[in-house]
Design a protein. Structure first.
Length: 313
């Protein structure tokens, strides 16, 4: 049997794979289980013998192979294609599981794999999906506000969320929102997301406070570039919505994955004001490159960004 574990939740995929692995090992021993995490570490002879041979002292083998459909590395693509030539010779008793995270459905390899495998998708599409998973794992030991807070702090990455909660539960029997804000360090991506959410809702005091928090741990220039990249996504969403594209079309065009909910959010800022703010920030980059702005400290760039933000009032 050939299976394809795929889509956007690394945590759910690993969880399901762990269940399969433990169940398989109980019946067929651990030496009949193999997880290939890097195809480049395996030569073709090894792959051939592994996929097409029978289990040792057992009728079955469980072989897991991590794939990367997004890569442009020709060596990995060659490995993918070589594996596909072997699938016809995999004994029916063997279980072959392909793993891919956030695959490009347009890729040739992805389409080939799905033709020969049983697809099992593991998705977390929004906050509510993640909340349900956390509630099931920890039952009544964590309040809802704390769940939503750590979802934001860890940028919707379920594996990181579970890891942080497990650490907190070492010293606590229950978790409230204050535990998250006092203990957990927000991901840069999430901090930027909170900042942009405040900016788009014209909550300027909260935006300036968030910048102070971010710059305690991040270089001003790295922050500036990250801010531009994420604002660009908001600009695209505003523009495509103005063109009357559907939510599905926008999500597909921008590859927003589990942040597709951003399309349906409403903000106080106008499209024009957002565009002008973005152009103001872009002008800083232009001035830097033309030597019209020369700063000696990170705080100088921070000040210029704050000036652009204050123009939103």
């Amino acid at each position: 049997m050939i299976y394809h574990f795929t889509w956007n939740s690394d945590y759910l995929i690993k969880n399901q794979l762990s269940v399969w692995k433990n169940h398989f090992i109980e019946k067929h021993w651990e030496f009949n289980f193999l997880h290939i995490k890097s195809l480049l570490d395996c030569d073709n002879n090894f792959l051939n013998s592994t996929l097409t041979s029978w289990g040792f002292l057992a009728a079955k083998k469980l072989i897991v192979i991590d794939l990367d459909f997004a890569t442009k590395d020709s060596k990995i693509q060659d490995k993918h294609e070589f594996i596909l030539t072997l699938t016809e010779n995999v004994p029916e008793e063997n279980i072959l599981v392909f793993i891919s995270l956030n695959p490009d459905k347009r890729s040739k390899i992805y389409k080939w794999i799905n033709k020969i495998s049983e697809i099992k998708e593991f998705n977390t599409n929004d906050d509510n999906d993640i909340k349900i998973i956390i509630q099931k794992k920890y039952w009544n030991s964590i309040e809802t506000d704390a769940i939503y807070e750590i979802i934001k702090y860890k940028s919707w990455n379920l594996s990181k969320i579970i890891s942080e909660l497990d650490k907190i539960f070492i010293t606590r029997t229950s978790i409230i929102k204050n535990d998250i804000t006092e203990i957990v360090i927000p991901e840069l991506e999430e901090s930027i997301f909170q900042l942009i959410d405040n900016l788009l809702n014209l909550n300027i005091p909260a935006a300036l406070k968030t910048i102070d928090i971010i710059l305690n741990n991040t270089n001003s220039y790295a922050f500036y570039n990250n801010l531009l990249a994420n604002l660009r996504t908001s600009i695209y969403i505003f523009t495509l919505k103005s063109l009357k594209l559907s939510t599905q079309e926008i999500n597909s065009t921008l590859s927003l994955w589990n942040r597709g909910f951003l399309i349906t959010k409403n903000y106080k800022i106008s499209h024009k004001k957002l565009s002008n703010f973005y152009l103001d920030l872009i002008s800083l980059d232009k001035k830097m490159k033309s030597w019209k702005l020369i700063w000696s400290e990170d705080s100088d760039l921070k000040l210029e960004i704050e000036k652009c933000i204050l123009k939103l009032i």
